[in-house]
Design a protein around this ligand. Structure first.
Ligand code: PLP
Length: 365
């Protein structure tokens, strides 16, 4: 959709990256690191000062004590982190439970590891977890369950009750939880992000993954981290050593120093994105689209059955080419056959002008 947007000179609300820059102070830190000689390989698990500040912050945010030496690993982005974890933990014949719709890198990584993705559609009415179906499909071959909260594309977050349900279902199973939490700092009032690390009965058998790319509005930096028990981390690092060995050095130094100097930065991320969600939602009020709830991440799902009978792919193409606003058809996030829903995803991590201009066009449909 991004290339179609470009060809048609359309406003691009399709791909999930911000239109604005990382904080200036962070960019300054990168410059200092580059000029200060921080240009050679970082240690395999990441520079210690970044792991240390992360460990302090994870304790503060999640109430979870992660040992910076043995339980936190810096990786070149969350996608690489997910890939490494899946290669390390999934073996031929293992099953991995995934949900539809979901981020597209999960299933290919499972297949490359020789595992079998077991795809379960979220409840189509409200995109909640289909607990009965999950219970039916968990068995002795289930190695991993892949959770994503806040959720891309649906903007749902995992509640305490969701985690308790999952913990309950896993009480008689050895399955582990891989929790993709890249949007952890974008959870909107009145909700609060709850990490898998906060669930005592799961934290020992779980892996949490996050992305500095998302948190710092710097997706092109490809920097993320994995937090897991020492036993799990040891296995993950065996793969990581030969997959990338380490993540880029100057950005790690910059991230560590920035996090030390700006301890409240992460809460400003939520405020910024919540404001953007509201600007877009208010500007769309007079449109014929129905906006689905968005409790976290930076995507607004809209339902368009009052406007068109086209399927979502055709409709997304039509509004890109004819009306010059690009979004993503939600069916692209399904591998099971998607329900017959007319949903598009728009990314609202954009300047207010861009959001208002897009909404003005969309309100005319
Ligand atoms: C749910 C989810 N996980 C992971 C990623 C990738 O994160 P990174 O850019 O750090 O690889 C994305 C990016 O869009 C995402 O939406």
């Amino acid at each position: 959709m991004s290339s179609l947007a470009q060809e048609n000179n359309a406003i691009n609300l399709s791909q999930g990256f911000p239109e604005f820059n990382p904080p200036l102070a962070l960019l300054e830190k990168v410059k200092e690191a580059l000029e200060g000689g921080k240009n050679q390989y970082a240690p395999m698990p990441g520079i210690l000062s970044l792991r240390e500040i992360l460990s302090m912050r994870i304790a503060q945010w999640r109430g979870f004590q992660a040992n910076p030496i043995t339980e936190i690993t810096i990786v070149p982005g969350a996608t690489a982190g997910l890939f490494v974890c899946i290669q390390a933990l999934v073996h031929p014949g293992d099953e991995v439970i995934l949900f539809d719709p979901s981020y597209d890198s999960y299933a290919p990584a499972v297949i490359l590891a020789g595992g079998r993705p077991i795809r379960i559609a979220l409840n189509p009415a409200d995109f909640s977890m289909p607990w009965d179906r999950i219970e039916e499909l968990i068995n002795h071959k289930t190695k991993l369950i892949l959770i994503n909260t806040p959720h891309n594309p649906m903007g749902r977050i995992f509640s305490r009750e969701d985690w308790d349900q999952l913990a309950n279902l896993l009480s008689n199973s050895d399955a582990m939880v891989l929790s993709d939490e890249v949007y952890e700092h974008m959870v909107f009032d009145p909700y609060k992000h709850i990490s898998v690390l906060e669930i005592p009965s799961l934290s020992n058998r779980s892996i949490a993954i996050s992305s500095f790319g998302k948190t710092f509005h710097a997706t092109g930096w490809k920097l993320g981290y994995i937090c897991a028990s020492e036993t799990i981390t040891t296995e993950i690092r065996k793969v990581y050593q030969f997959m990338a060995f380490s993540a880029n050095t100057p950005m790690q130094w910059a991230a560590a120093e920035f996090m030390c100097e700006y301890p409240n930065y992460e809460s400003s991320v939520k405020t910024l994105l919540q404001e953007k969600r509201d600007i877009f939602a208010n500007a769309m009020r007079s449109s014929r689209f129905t906006l689905l709830p968005c409790d976290g991440a930076y995507f607004q799902i809209v339902e368009y059955s009052a406007i068109s009978g086209l399927n979502d792919m055709e409709f997304a193409k039509e509004i890109t080419t004819k009306h010059k606003v690009a979004g993503i058809p939600v069916s692209a996030f399904y591998q099971t056959s998607p329900p017959d829903q007319k949903l598009l995803r728009f990314c609202f991590a954009k300047h207010a002008d861009t959001l208002l201009k897009s909404a003005e066009i969309l309100c005319r449909l």
